[in-house]
Ligand binder design. Sequence first.
Ligand code: 0RA
Length: 673
Amino acid sequence: MADKKYTAQQIQVLEGLEPVRKRPGMYIGSTDSRGLHHLIVEIVDNALDEAMAGYCNHIIITLQDDGSCNIEDNGRGIPVDPHPQLKKSALEVVLTTLHAGGKFGGDDSGYKVSSGLHGVGSSVVNALSTYMRAEVCRDGFRYVQEYKRGKPVADVKKEGKSDKTGTLIQFTPDTEIFDTVEFNYDHILTWLRQQAYLTSGITISIMDARKKRPEADQKYPKLYRFHFVGGVAAYVSHLNESSQRIGDPIHFMKEMPEGKVEVAIQYTQGFQECVLSFANHVHTVEGGHHLTGFKAALTRTINAYARQFGLLKEKDDNLTADDVREGLTAVVSVQLAEPQFEGQTKGKLGNAEMKTAVETVVNEQLARYLEEHPTEAKEVVNKCLLASRARLAARAARDSVIRKGALEGMTLPGKLADCSSKDPAECELYIVEGESAGGTAKQGRKREFQAILPLKGKILNVEQARLDRMLANNEIKSLVVAMGVGIGEVKDMSKLRYHRIVIMTDADVDGAHIRTLVLTFFFRHFPELFENGNIYIAQPPLYKIQKGKDMRYVFSDDEKAATLAEWGAKDMEEEEEVEEEQLEEGDTGGGEEKQSSKRKPRVNIQRYKGLGEMTAQQLWETTMDPESRIMLQVTMEDAEAANMVFSTLMGSEVAPRKKFIQSHAKTVKNLDV
Ligand code: 0RA
């Protein structure tokens, strides 16, 4: 092939990846961390396609120390035979052209829209990598080709014999394209675990072989192996790990003319609902028609069963969709030929025919399950009835709260130091731990756009509390009233008074706990805040380090060590407010350093144990001044992972309904007094 001359047509094809480098966002959504991880998704998707077609059962992903990522599978291997028209190896065509054009979803969509389109997306990864290497084992041989920014370095080479089949892709993301090329192991693990649950029979191994792993990733083992027997039912079991469950997961699967439907359901004794939906293994964060069909069938089938067996009397109202989803964990996964992904983040399935498909399967098979498992069925229906009664009682309680003006029309809480601007887009609400830090923040803030709300002690653990009980809690009430949005059925997010809500707690265990409680509260009742990027975590400094006229605030121990090293001082365990003399006899140091050692630079390290130890001016400079502060934005990137953390941290293993009803009755009484 090497001696073949390029035709004009081929040259055109070889330039085929230019549009990807020109407008990467169109092909991978964005060039931030999310887009970076999309590269892994593109390659692994191809391997998963092989697995779904029954040719592959193992995928190995390695984050290499040199910044590249290796993805190896034991599928059939990308074909290597010469392409009939282009007269070069199919491998080269697959990896260097936007082949199967149009299958990328057209001009307005940067998302892969289908499984089963082999190799689509690998060329996009190639285009956005400084280096890529493909190794294919097929037909008894091993073939290799390398690329630089999407262009082949040489023709495909046969490197020797092999009795395996499979594909190994190694790629190094291009720093010219991406804002960051640092992979987030946590993020990759979550996604791979999800894919392993959705693809029955697959084993996915992951290795983090980076020598210097990002701090956040260090808490994870370097090696993982995911293999789940039982598909989405195992997924539901995993989601319910830390909850009290009712029966085993119910699992059904059916090939419909519209596509394949797979559903797993399990109720827990808790109140929270967790229903995840997928289309062609893509998490449909915004739901869509498959989810609508599921909910409709669930409500219909449980009501029908409850009526048939006299659990719902003639005079009773039907259970609502909310009643039948309380405490429900479910995974709804569909596969279809031409999925349409819609919505802001392309996270919503737009194929209307999938509503009927899922609805039919769930109606049919859930009804059969209930009939065949009367004990579990009664338990589930009773749980829904309980939810219904609790809902009516809670509404009565809430109505009385609202009648008394607990929320609506209630004046802003006294301890809120509001800002003067009324434009929510520029307003910030600082939720501050403790009255004393609150006082400092009030002095330090810019009152035009920064409001301060001190929170006293620990707010209620909302995971286990119902709305009516929560509203009886003053800290929660202040927070809700300050935000201006109402809660529950009267919630109206368009009334949000601050577009930035900043949680500012001490850098200690108590601070972390309070932060988790506040986040849990927001997560349960105002998930929109995460979706819209309203929630931030303030980053107060840990230390102030001073040497002569040089002064620096540092935000981590690493940064402290680096600063001290830079200043030629030793990192010693500092005592609060105690000045330390640093005497560094530079062992390799040159004359200059010796000079300065003789002058004995005094390095003063102050550790801030709490926000209250800073002056108002310091707090402003380090933590609140938009010009210089560092804030972490909390996103709902992975609502499921967050949910898991929240319920594991906050949920109670034993949450008997009886107890709830009793305490609930008391609360209702208290509210009415
Ligand atoms: C095109 C055709 C076939 C498989 C693939 C591509 C393929 C691509 C990737 C990317 C990563 N792993 C992959 N494995 C396979 C079908 C091959 C055949 O018909 O034998």
